[in-house]
Design a protein around this ligand. Structure first.
Ligand SMILES: [Zn+2]
Length: 260
């Protein structure tokens, strides 16, 4: 029987009968795929961290049987365990896995794999900056899968260096003057716009185009960070047009909104 080896991150693990586990894995070799881990629950007992649980980056030797891929030889490469002290990192990684399960295809994609690994790593290693990591990840992910916003300046007059309005429907910016001029457009679709500071605009532009390994290598604080994170999340929710349990969790449990 032909064996094959794949390496990937477990996005979801569901226990099935006979101590087996059905895994949804994002892999270097085949993009997203389902793997049945033979005896996975018994393997758990032998080591502290599981190679077949969510957040595990593991190597699987797989064998095709009928219409399913089975694996009983699994070794863990890394486990993105944030620990109890890094609750923000844990919840962000949970959301990252959920997003990948939604957007990933069976097409291998080296850049997407690196984005996944780098984000899980940064989120589990850092003790703060999770809002920055989340927003930079969201914008980079969207840009990569075909929703790149145009954030270089006002889409009408190219103004930059001052406050602009980010339209999360079109993914473009407008200055106050051009917004006023266009106010009489008989556009039927309701537009949702957010104020973007120059710092937030620069962070959006950086997150789209910087080398992937430098994605989280910048600092942003205060209102700039507020605008950046609001823009990234609003744009993602609007473009992907669905709710994510991970987002509800982040907002309601981990980062409850500060009273104004
Ligand atoms: Zn303008």
């Amino acid at each position: 029987m032909k064996k094959d080896v794949v390496r990937g991150v477990v996005l979801r693990a569901v226990d099935v009968k006979n101590s087996d586990r059905m895994l949804t894995v994002y892999t270097h070799e085949r993009g997203i795929m389902s793997i049945y881990a033979r005896g996975a629950k018994r393997m758990d007992g032998k080591s502290g961290t599981s190679s077949t649980a969510e957040f595990a980056y593991s190597e699987f030797t797989v064998v095709q049987k009928q219409d399913k891929l089975w694996s009983s030889e699994i070794s863990n490469i890394r486990f993105f365990d944030c620990g109890m002290m890094n609750f923000e990192g844990y919840s962000l990684n949970f959301y990252v896995l959920e997003l990948f399960e939604h957007i990933a295809t069976a097409e291998p994609d080296a850049d997407l794999m690196r984005l996944l690994l780098n984000t899980l790593y940064a989120s589990s290693e850092r003790k703060n900056d999770h809002r920055l990591i989340k927003a930079a990840f969201e914008i980079r992910l969207l840009s990569h899968i075909g929703y790149m916003p145009d954030v270089t300046g006002c889409s009408e007059c190219e103004a930059r260096g001052r406050e602009l309005y980010f339209d999360v429907v079109t993914g473009s910016l407008k200055c106050a003057e051009c917004t006023a001029l266009g106010a009489e457009d008989t556009d039927t679709e309701p537009h949702q716009t957010l104020i973007i500071t120059e710092g937030a605009r620069a962070a959006l532009e950086y997150s789209i185009g910087c080398p992937l390994e430098k994605l989280f290598s910048f600092t942003l604080v205060g209102e700039d960070l507020d605008c950046f994170s609001r823009a990234a999340e609003s744009y993602l929710v609007r473009q992907l047009d669905r709710d994510f349990a991970g987002l509800d969790y982040i907002h309601n449990v981990v980062l409850p909104k500060k009273p104004k």
